[in-house]
Design a protein around this ligand. Structure first.
Ligand code: FEO
Length: 170
C-alpha cells in the first residue's frame, strides 16, 4: 500500500507523461504539415512511448491499491520554428521530466517506500536514454544547418524508427 503523498505524486507524473505524449503528437502533426514525414514518424513513436510510460504508472498505482486521479492535460504548442527548435524543446522538456522522476525517487526514499524506489528505476534509466537520443539528434541538426539535402537524409533516417513497448521488456 502506497502512502498518500507518494500516490499524489505518482498521479501527477501520469499527467506529465500524458502531456509529453500530447506535446510529441503536436510536433508530429507540425512535421507532417511541413512535409517531413520521417520527423512526423519519430515524434509519433515518441508519443506512443509516452503513453506507455503513463500507463506503466497507472497500472502500478492500481496494483498498489491507490486511487487514480486524472487531471486536465495542458495544451501543447502547435507551431514551431524548425526541426532543430522542436528537438531543443524536446530536450528541455525531457530534462524537466528527469527532474520530476528524480524528485519521485527522493520522495520514495524519504517515505521508506522500497517498492516504489525499485519501480522508478526503470524511469531513471529511460530518462538517460531519452536525453541522449535528443542530444544526438540536436547535434546532427546543428551540423545540417540550412542544407536541404542533408535534412532530407535525416528525415529518411528518422522515418525508420519503429515503436516497441519497452515497458513490457522487463
Ligand atoms: Fe516519459 Fe519522455 O519520458
Amino acid at each position: 500500500m502506497l502512502g498518500n503523498k507518494m500516490a499524489v505524486a505518482l498521479n501527477a507524473q501520469i499527467n506529465k507523461e500524458m502531456y509529453s505524449a500530447y506535446l510529441y503528437m503536436a510536433m508530429s502533426a507540425y512535421s507532417e504539415e511541413r512535409g517531413l514525414s520521417g520527423f512526423a514518424n519519430w515524434f509519433m513513436v515518441q508519443y506512443k512511448e509516452e503513453m506507455t510510460h503513463a500507463m506503466k504508472i497507472y497500472h502500478y498505482l492500481q496494483e498498489q491499491g491507490a486511487k487514480i486521479n486524472l487531471k486536465a492535460i495542458e495544451e501543447p504548442p502547435s507551431d514551431f520554428q524548425s526541426p532543430l527548435e522542436m528537438f531543443k524543446k524536446t530536450l528541455v522538456h525531457e530534462q524537466f521530466v528527469t527532474k520530476s522522476i528524480n524528485e519521485l525517487v527522493d520522495l520514495a526514499i524519504s517515505e521508506n517506500d522500497h517498492a516504489t524506489q525499485i519501480f522508478l528505476q526503470w524511469f531513471v534509466t529511460e530518462q538517460v536514454e531519452e536525453e541522449a537520443n535528443d542530444q544526438e539528434i540536436i547535434g546532427k541538426l546543428e551540423m545540417i544547418g540550412d542544407n536541404p539535402g542533408a535534412l532530407f537524409m535525416m528525415d529518411r533516417e528518422l522515418g525508420s524508427r519503429t515503436f516497441t513497448d519497452e515497458t513490457q521488456e522487463e
